[in-house]
Write a protein that binds this ligand. Structure first.
Ligand SMILES: Cc1cc2nc3c(=O)[nH]c(=O)nc-3n(C[C@H](O)[C@H](O)[C@H](O)COP(=O)(O)O)c2cc1C
Length: 346
């Protein structure tokens, strides 16, 4: 896949996720092999006003490269101005969010709302492209709803606007995150597009990743929810794509160790209070499928002292050692087998 000076063969990309893909999580995903990472989405309006929290979200470190800043907004002026500010932080490329279905974004005419205004979408894309010298890409969905799927109309408009790659989440805005992503539409986009296509939606396992490449012939793939609590997926997907088998096995020890690492990074980057607080949403996924976990989860999300959180996690790890000796551990790989796309389709 070529975007500007960037050449990466079949990249496996961490999707942008608000409140998830902060510096701490990106660092961990990078370590496990994510080829490209995206920031959380950044509001153009907030950026123009210099809102400190928004500016913080744009910061990344050199080891994260290639790193992408994603912006969203509803006017050409705001987006061009925000693009100039974002570009000054020297991302490898800038991405425009034309896919967010949330009310606070789409309800204000930004994100997925622009799927209903293809001309305006193209004008915004052109205004961003013309404002900066870094490459500009787009991430979007296949349409507003099933009755108005228009991604094939949108892609050439974006190409003409100078967009250099497009990431497609195979759902409509109305579908939010429900049902199964429609990979057929991504394949259709790939057949017609002149720019690289990044396929996104429902990659939960290495098998799914392989199937996504095969089904869509996309230039790259992007993983979102499948990486939450499971950053190991990048390593496993790379192994699968390279050799056809997954050598890396992940057990509860690995998962608890990464949860602790994640918490430590979070505290380092955001301070004790917010670092501990913001980690709360991650424990459920790190510990998913492990025995008698709900009691532990309840304790974890009530604890304010991050060192006590680590103690709780270590105690639980010792408990899991006992479960393992008794053969009671059902590992995440098995859990995923029940949830992966392959099985959903069967
Ligand atoms: C918690 C959460 C936050 C998200 N935030 C963003 C965002 O900031 N920008 C964006 O383009 N997409 C965002 N998305 C959508 C994901 O990038 C991705 O397109 C979607 O989750 C489908 O991929 P998946 O099935 O691999 O999760 C978010 C999704 C989730 C679950």
């Amino acid at each position: 896949m070529i975007i500007g000076d960037l050449h990466i063969e079949r990249p496996v990309i961490l999707a942008p996720m608000e409140d998830v893909t902060d510096r701490s999580f990106r660092k961990i995903c990078k370590r496990f092999g994510a080829d490209i990472v995206y920031t959380e989405f950044i509001s153009a309006e907030a950026l123009r006003r210099g809102v400190e929290k928004t500016v913080q979200k744009m910061l990344f470190e050199d080891y994260e490269r290639p790193a992408v800043i994603q912006i969203f907004g509803n006017t050409e002026e705001a987006m061009a101005e925000a693009a100039v500010i974002a570009a000054s932080y020297r991302p490898d490329y800038l991405d425009i969010n034309f896919g967010c279905p949330a009310k606070k974004v789409a309800g204000k005419g930004a994100g997925a709302a622009l799927l209903r205004e293809p001309e305006k979408m193209a004008r915004i894309a052109a205004s961003v492209v013309n404002a900066v010298s870094v490459p500009v890409t787009v991430k979007t969905r296949i349409g507003w709803d099933r009755e108005s799927i228009n991604i094939l109309d949108i892609v050439p408009r974006l190409e003409d606007a100078g967009i250099q790659a497009i990431a497609v989440h195979g759902r409509t805005r109305s579908e939010m995150y429900k049902g199964t992503a429609d990979w057929d539409w991504i394949a259709r986009v790939k057949e017609r597009a002149r720019i690289p296509v990044i396929a996104n939606g429902d990659i939960w396992s290495p098998d799914d990743a392989k199937a996504m490449f095969e089904h869509t012939a996309a230039d790259g793939i992007m993983i979102g929810r499948g990486a939450i609590g499971n950053p190991f997926i990048f390593k496993q997907v790379k192994e699968m794509l390279k050799t056809g088998v997954v050598a890396t096995k992940v057990d509860f020890r690995d998962r608890i160790a990464v949860a602790i690492e994640h918490l430590s990074l979070s505290v380092k980057n955001k301070g004790e209070k917010y670092g501990t607080l913001e980690m709360r949403r991650h424990y459920a996924t790190y510990l998913k499928g492990l025995p008698r976990v709900s009691r532990v989860r309840d304790k974890l999300v009530r604890e304010d002292n991050w060192l006590h959180v680590i103690e709780i996690l270590r105690d639980y790890e010792a408990e899991c050692e006992q479960y393992a000796r008794e053969g009671k551990i059902r590992e995440y790989a098995e859990y995923l087998n029940d949830h992966s796309r392959r099985l959903i389709l069967k």
